[in-house]
Design a protein around this ligand. Structure first.
Ligand code: VOV
Length: 250
């Protein structure tokens, strides 16, 4: 049997995409709308408390285009907490005016392709911990898409030996390094959890950097030969009062 990469697994991740039923929302009396918005903001503030205490993280973004109106990305130490937070959201008054459009379940993942040999417990390494339990940045833009590595005929990632995969990942990492300080990536594994093998979440203050990075990677063998991609979602951050004004309809 071929050698599987060893993964380090961090916080569990839920990407929850919702479309607003604006017509029904507009029909709600202003006072009720305000109460529902306030209740939702209180829910977001509760999520933020976990960010502050470093027991989880979240990101709240609009989605541009018709695939959804907003995305709530939540990271927690257990899948159970994600389930509870999802159920809690569904019971909020505002949820009655949202239509679930897409979701993605995964766990933040680091592979050992480029890891240095060491006797230390990687889960105690501060750098590794920062990657596995990330504080999501408050960047202006987010980009999310799920992806697979191909298993077709000669183009089967899972039939390559460890050395070949390591070499290919080295080249992938080199391209990524060119975007240091411009794009932050969170790679989360979803084999056994969702329809693709990874979720890719990118954060940047310059939306064009997503296109440049993804395009450049398309020419790299890991993506050119083996990458299979799902739908792409791109959006802008909602924070502070923007969270309220997004739901204002008059
Ligand atoms: C923003 C830059 C960036 C950087 C620096 C970077 C670096 C790295 C390194 C060093 C490693 C390996 C170790 C680890 O960390 O696991 C990875 C791993 C991975 N990547 Fe990556 N990646 C980036 C960015 C980046 C993008 C934009 C994509 C999407 C690909 C595309 O074509 O659209 C991606 C995908 C992945 C995946 C799916 C994995 C897991 C592969 C597996 O088989 O296990 N990645 N990645």
């Amino acid at each position: 049997m071929n050698e599987a990469a060893i993964t380090l697994d961090g916080w569990y991740v839920l990407h929850d995409f919702r479309t607003m039923d604006w017509a029904s929302w507009k029909a709600v009396p202003a006072e009720e709308r305000k109460a529902a918005t306030d209740e939702f903001i209180a829910y977001l503030d509760k999520l933020q408390k976990a960010d502050d205490e470093k027991t989880g993280s979240h990101a709240f973004y609009t989605v541009v285009g018709q695939k959804a109106d907003f995305m709530l990305m939540i990271l927690r130490p257990t899948m159970d907490e994600l389930q509870q937070l999802e159920a809690e959201f569904n019971k909020l008054a505002i949820a009655d005016y949202t239509i679930p459009t897409y979701s993605y379940v995964s766990v933040v993942e680091l592979s050992n392709y480029l890891a240095k040999e060491s006797d230390e417990d990687p889960y105690q390494n501060p750098y590794v911990r920062g990657r596995l339990y990330p504080e999501l940045p408050r960047s202006q833009y987010v980009c999310f898409y799920p992806m697979d590595k191909k298993r077709e005929g000669e183009d089967n990632w899972y039939m390559l030996d460890m050395e070949q995969r390591r070499d290919l990942m080295k080249s992938h990492g080199m391209i990524g390094r060119g975007y240091a300080g411009k794009v932050k990536q969170i790679i989360s594994g979803s084999v056994g959890f969702d329809d693709y093998e990874w979720g890719v979440t990118l954060f940047s203050d310059d939306v064009l950097q997503f296109k440049k990075l993804v395009y450049e990677m398309r020419f790299d063998e890991v993506s050119a030969r083996y990458g299979v991609f799902g739908s792409f979602f791109v959006g802008t951050i909602l924070q502070g009062d923007e969270r309220v004004s997004f739901f204002n309809v008059q």
